[in-house]
Write a protein that binds this ligand. Structure first.
Ligand SMILES: CC(C)(COP(=O)(O)OP(=O)(O)OC[C@H]1O[C@@H](n2cnc3c(N)ncnc32)[C@H](O)[C@@H]1OP(=O)(O)O)[C@@H](O)C(=O)NCCC(=O)NCCS
Length: 178
């Protein structure tokens, strides 16, 4: 289940967002409880997307147990070009169950069905194979490999750019609005 984050989620978020292994290929550093509380009061308190430049972060809750096991984010980059971007993080203890893929699929549906996006991308460090596998499982196409394009956390990062168009998503997701 995807749901907004709340102040009750501090410990669950800290459990994975404080870990260096989880943060290795993502833009943020391991988070303290203080940082998490600040985010919950600001960016993560946002529950809607009303204009470009905004981001919506949602928690991944396991239906049945109520456990928060990760979170996903949808960026709305451009109103004119109807472009967005997704990101996902799952607690390592809960990886290998398909939660990231299922959650990101729900986020793509939100972006294409509700927001009317035309194209959604995912930008992934080449060394982050589990993340690239999620993108491929979502039906995203690898469109670029940018060699050493960013000095990321002290090392050159080679970036893989994945993308999926609305029509492609709708063709592969029966039941989604046309
Ligand atoms: C990227 C990340 C979310 C991937 O997590 P993950 O657990 O591998 O991905 P999923 O939750 O979709 O699970 C997929 C795995 O579960 C398996 N699986 C089991 N049941 C499944 C199901 N019902 N549906 C889909 N996959 C299932 C898949 O086969 C796959 O295993 P495999 O990789 O060995 O083939 C995780 O590694 C992570 O959080 N990393 C740190 C943060 C990060 O780097 N985020 C991405 C930034 S670009």
């Amino acid at each position: 289940m995807l749901r907004p984050l709340s102040t009750d989620d501090v410990e669950a978020l800290f459990a994975y967002r404080s870990r260096p292994d989880v943060c290795r290929y993502v833009p943020f550093e391991p988070m303290t409880r203080k940082v998490i509380k600040e985010r919950l009061a600001t960016q993560w308190a946002n529950t809607e997307l009303t204009d470009e430049g905004q981001a919506l972060t949602l928690g991944i809750e396991v239906a049945g147990t109520g456990q928060l096991v990760g979170d996903v984010v949808l960026f709305w980059h451009s109103r004119e070009h109807r472009g967005g971007e997704i990101g996902y993080v799952v607690h390592p203890d809960f990886s290998g169950h398909g939660y990231a893929t299922e959650a990101a699929h729900g986020l793509l549906r939100l972006g294409f069905d509700q927001l009317g996006l035309h194209r959604v991308v995912a930008r992934i460090d080449e060394r982050n194979e589990p993340s690239a596998k999620v993108a491929r499982r979502l039906g995203m196409r690898q469109e670029a490999r940018l060699v050493h394009n960013e000095l990321f956390k002290g090392e050159w990062s080679t970036e893989l750019d994945f993308a999926i168009l609305r029509d492609e998503f709708l063709r592969s997701a029966p039941g989604a609005a046309s």
